[in-house]
Design a protein around this ligand. Structure first.
Ligand SMILES: C[S@@+](CC[C@H](N)C(=O)[O-])C[C@H]1O[C@@H](n2cnc3c(N)ncnc32)[C@H](O)[C@@H]1O
Length: 511
């Protein structure tokens, strides 16, 4: 391990995930729901942006000017490639946190994002992050901070430490990170199979190890195999951030706000009776066995009156970004899978089924919802936003500013879709965020941009891309060898794309 890494694994690049909850457009909704006035945000910064997929999409679609660093040069290089393709002003570096946080040439920030970093770096780097936030976040600014939470991970700590020790003491570095990780997991499996007392006291550890065997090595390397792995209680993070004079305002994940999805009524009653927010959040984490927190902290939050909050929420514009007839009528929460109440959700979804942007006040006023309380309707909208069925919509000026950069970025994504499968995402100038678009549909979009129109021609285009790289389609998990069957499947897929996906993508400004 190189000495600039401070114990962080630098021999496998991270994944290329997109994270909607770190979109400043979402912060606005989360803050409003929490009763805190959102600000006007112009300049953002991300520490440890990984491959920068979220940053680039938010830079192209959301209009903020972004700064940031990630010390893995391959990450910084890839992320820069994305923002350069989008043609947006972004200032991305490959500095260590130590070097970046000490820079004198950075502006103050309205938003700072730190995702998947805090629990995986050492104390000195956590202290640097706090000092940086204290120095560079403007009053009214928002910190998005995610981290592994002690309540959900306590039982895994010794096993993860054992696996990390194995990579340090038993594996030869020359075998490479992926093999070191495999060897450590095999070793942990052998230890657990010998019925250690630890496994009796911590029955989740074996399930976690089993789940790890299904995950990619790039993810595992960054999640479990750094020297530092510090799941933390909320209270410890709150204490650290008090130094930066930040106030906890609520979760960044909108589903996390809906207690009924995660907590039983007696649990909710216990929590409601706790006046102290730090104790309440700590008890909540325990109730939920929380593994990962994504929190929003504000420097000097302005609390809104109930009336101002309601008016601001009423003015939000939302649209349905899935087909009404394909909408999944369940939602996954801490209590398991819950079914949405048709009497509330059906009228909302029907009203929005044409994918036209509508104000929340129009939904609230639907006659079919007359017997529902305001709280119920607000909660339903929150759930639909949290599930990703609804998105908020930018105002016209912001949306038109986002058009050219998102189009350029999307072209770069669908160009990459020719030879990689790990970027099933595009940027929407309508929502200001990312939209999941599968690889084959990205290839269809590329072909359409080149003038290809019919389903057969789109299928032929995709066929050529796949065949030129020796790729085979899978049908029910089995590779399809025959050209005729491949063309038939691709034509079916292209027809579905034209009839189902195109209208939705067009509504999201993607074409
Ligand atoms: C688990 S990844 C999360 C990446 C990204 N935020 C995401 O969620 O996709 C943590 C990132 O922090 C970067 N990192 C870790 N320690 C760092 C340091 N001391 N200075 C700069 N970057 C660092 C790593 O290179 C890695 O890309």
């Amino acid at each position: 391990m190189s000495d600039w890494s401070a114990g962080y694994r630098t021999d496998l690049d991270y994944t290329t995930g997109y994270y909607v909850d770190q979109n400043p457009c979402r912060f606005e909704v989360a803050l409003l729901l929490a009763g805190v006035a959102p600000g006007t945000w112009r300049v953002g910064c991300e520490l440890g942006f990984g491959n920068g997929v979220s940053l680039a999409i938010h830079a192209a679609a959301g209009g903020l000017e972004w700064h940031g660093t990630d010390f893995l040069p391959a990450h910084a290089n890839f992320a820069r490639g994305l923002t350069e393709a989008a043609g947006v002003a972004a200032h991305l570096r490959d500095d260590t946190f130590e070097a970046f946080c000490a820079r004198a040439d950075l502006p103050d920030f309205d938003v700072i994002v730190v995702h998947g970093v805090w629990s995986w770096v050492n104390e000195a780097n956590r202290a640097r992050i706090v000092t940086f936030v204290a120095r560079k976040l403007r009053p009214g600014g928002v910190l998005y901070l995610s981290y592994n939470t002690e309540a959900g991970w306590a039982g895994m700590l010794p096993l993860r430490n054992l696996m990390h020790l194995h990579t340090m003491r038993m594996s030869v570095p020359a075998v490479g990170a992926a093999t070191q990780i495999d060897e450590a997991m095999v070793f942990a499996g052998r230890v657990l199979a010998a019925s250690p007392r630890f496994a009796d006291a911590n029955p989740t550890a074996a399930r976690r190890l089993e789940a790890m065997s299904q995950q990619g090595r790039a993810y595992l390397a960054h999640e479990y195999f750094n020297r530092d792995w510090h799941p933390m209680p909320f209270s410890e993070v709150a204490e650290a951030l008090a130094e930066a004079r930040l106030t906890y305002v609520g979760p960044a994940g909108l589903l996390d706000m809906v207690d009924g999805l995660h907590l039983t009524v007696p649990q909710q009653e216990i929590l409601a009776a706790i006046p102290d927010p730090v104790l309440r959040e700590s008890a909540r984490d325990l109730m939920m066995g929380q593994t990962f927190r994504r929190d929003l902290w504000v420097k000097g939050p302005m609390r809104m009156s109930a009336l101002a909050r309601m008016e601001a929420l009423d003015g939000l514009v939302v649209m349905l970004q899935v087909h009404a007839d394909g909408l999944v009528s369940t939602v996954q929460g801490g209590l398991g899978e819950l079914t949405l109440n048709d009497e509330i959700y059906r009228p909302i979804v029907t009203f929005l089924s044409d994918h036209a942007p509508r104000q929340v006040r129009e939904i609230v006023a639907l006659p079919e919802l007359a017997s529902c309380t305001r709280f119920q309707v607000e909660q339903a909208i929150t759930v639909l936003l949290g599930k990703g069925d609804l998105v908020t919509v930018l105002d016209e000026a912001a949306s038109s500013r986002a058009q050219a950069p998102t189009r350029r970025l999307n072209r770069a994504f669908w160009q990459m879709a020719r030879d990689r499968k790990d970027l099933p995402i595009l940027a929407s100038p309508v929502s200001g965020g990312g939209v999941r678009v599968e690889r084959l549909n990205q290839l269809h979009l590329a072909a359409r941009a080149a003038g290809v129109q019919s389903a057969e021609d789109l299928a032929r285009h995709v066929f050529m891309v796949l065949r030129s790289q020796g790729e085979l389609l899978l049908r029910d998990g089995v590779a399809v060898e025959s050209d005729d069957e491949t063309m038939m499947l691709l034509t079916e897929g292209a027809e579905l794309f034209l009839t189902r996906s195109v209208p939705l993508l067009e509504a999201l400004g993607i074409y």
